[in-house]
Design a binder for this molecule. Sequence first.
Ligand SMILES: [Zn+2]
Length: 209
Amino acid sequence: MKFSFKPNKLGYAVIVVVIMITAIVLFRKKDTVSQLISKGINYLKEKSWDMVSDQRISTLHPLIIGKAKEFIIRAEKELGIKLRVVSALRSWVEQTALFNQPFDGKDNDHDGQIDEADEKVTNAKAGSSYHNFGLALDVVEIKNGKALWKNPNWSKIAALGKSIGFEWGGDWKSFKDKPHFQYTFGKTLAQLRDLYQSGHRTGDYVNLA
Ligand SMILES: [Zn+2]
């Protein structure tokens, strides 16, 4: 069957008017339209709302990059929460440098006060954090351009992260590290250190397969 479309003059006039109205509506809603288009493109490229987070996620262990991306993308889609990755891989070299840094006078544990817990930038030696193996990331909700460290949404964020398979630092008994999520593959830090130091690794990433 052949499809033929031969409108008369009135038909052409109607088509032209419809196209013009559509163009005017799209132009007036151009911000919404461009947002939708960029959302679509980001979705296809598996990008989150945030380039900074995407860049940091790319430093993680290759086996958890997909899970970290899923976390950030689903937080926005399902919870309406824009998460930013504030820390991902901290290489052994970087961690050693941090450990050796003197107290910087900052609220390093983000509890709203400068106290003993802030005395060092970190108390962790290289290899004593899942960050050193690219297996942990720290996140925070960004709202109106501000990072919400004290956030009633932490439990929702945690539930989503845990559903993807991350362990949450907020569940720790001694020091609750709410921004922290780690994916351990059932390995203890001692086991990871052994793998790292015995050369079972590719760059900073230990071989887990
Ligand atoms: Zn962390």
